[in-house]
Design a protein around this ligand. Structure first.
Ligand code: ADP
Ligand code: MG
Length: 318
């Protein structure tokens, strides 16, 4: 298909709200942000062979790029509104594009995020999505607001991303339902948008875990000018796979595995009780794993003893 036809057939889907003044088709899109709110934006790029394996089904690529990008808005406590898409493809194949756009819109629609423009070029498969969201002024969750003594929490389970990669490369054997769970977690990791919004005005700091807990909590700590003590025995790890590997492996994936897209956030001790109640009521899933401390670095403990690990998360240029 040609470029014009490609954009028209697969990516032009009118938006429902009147917040899109001018969508796909002109030199720029025009949007109308909700009155009085600050715009929040972030871009993510997925490269074939780096962020997803060669020959990954296009539906999964579409879902994953949208989920991972929205995860950054979640980490700020923002509400998603719009996104733009830069697509670099070797071949414009209808079947591929149809499935890819299906995956993309499945997630985007779920979060009421409309596609308002983009760019299409020829080259090795690379997908960039820029998301645009909003927050009430002064309410965004940032990395740098943590205070000594704040309790560190994570939403959901850790290590699923690494376990999924191990399952994909046949290094981990699990039953079919656990495999389905891991594939869903890897290719469509639910962006924690609801959780982020719930936590705004409550959490002192937040980050989404894309490079591994130690690496990302480390970034939250540096931004806050603090360190962390983490009790690895408290790390939430899914029953779907934890009994299939030894404890050290499970902890390594939970601590260093990337691709989890959970939120790591900190709460002042006064808010621990209200959050525990919200957890019991099922309003949010969150597990306390440690606390912020004055000195720097992430220190790990297990049953009161220091816990050693070697790896420190994924660094593209490391
Ligand atoms: P220009 O040359 O002015 O940059 P293009 O011809 O590249 O514009 O794009 C035409 C219209 O299609 C623009 O509104 C652009 O935002 C949109 N567009 C191009 N590629 C994509 C894409 N992959 N997804 C969504 N919209 C796209
Ligand atoms: Mg132009």
């Amino acid at each position: 298909v040609g470029e014009f036809e490609l954009i028209n057939t697969f990516f032009t889907r009118g938006s429902k709200g009147d917040d899109v003044v001018l969508g796909i088709g002109d030199d720029c899109a025009i949007v109308r942000p909700p009155a009085g709110r600050d715009l929040v934006m972030s871009i993510d790029t997925l490269v074939e062979g780096v962020h997803f394996p060669h020959h990954t089904e296009p539906l999964k690529i579409g879902m994953r790029v949208m989920c991972t990008c929205l995860s950054d808005l979640a980490a700020m406590g923002a509400t998603p509104h719009w996104f733009t898409l830069a697509l670099t493809l070797l071949h414009a194949e209808s079947a591929w594009l149809s499935e890819f756009s299906e995956g993309l819109f499945q997630i985007a629609n779920q979060f009421q995020c409309s596609l308002i423009g983009g760019d299409t070029t020829k080259g090795p498969l690379t997908i960039s999505v820029q998301v645009h969201g909003s927050v009430a002024p002064g309410t965004a969750l940032k990395r740098g607001g943590g205070k000594p003594g704040d309790i560190i929490y994570v939403t959901g389970d850790l290590g699923d991303g690494a376990a999924a990669l191990a399952a994909l490369s046949n290094k981990l054997t699990v039953n079919p339902s656990a495999y389905a769970y891991l594939m869903k977690r890897f290719f469509a990791p639910t962006p924690r948008i609801q959780e982020g919004q719930f936590l705004s005005r409550k959490a002192t700091a937040a980050i989404d875990i894309s490079d591994g807990l130690i690496a990302d909590l480390g970034k939250l700590c540096s931004a806050s000018g603090l360190g962390a003590m983490v009790d690895v025995a408290r790390l939430p790890i899914s029953q779907h796979w934890r009994d299939q590997v030894n404890q050290e492996q499970a902890l390594d994936w939970a601590l260093n595995g990337g691709d989890d897209y959970q939120l790591c956030f900190t709460l002042p001790p006064t808010l621990v009780e209200p959050i525990n109640q919200a957890v019991h009521k099922g309003q949010i899933r969150a597990t306390p794993i440690g606390k912020l401390v004055p000195h720097s670095g992430v220190q790990l403990f297990h049953s009161g003893q220091p816990y050693q690990v070697t790896d420190h998360g994924y660094d593209h240029f490391g």
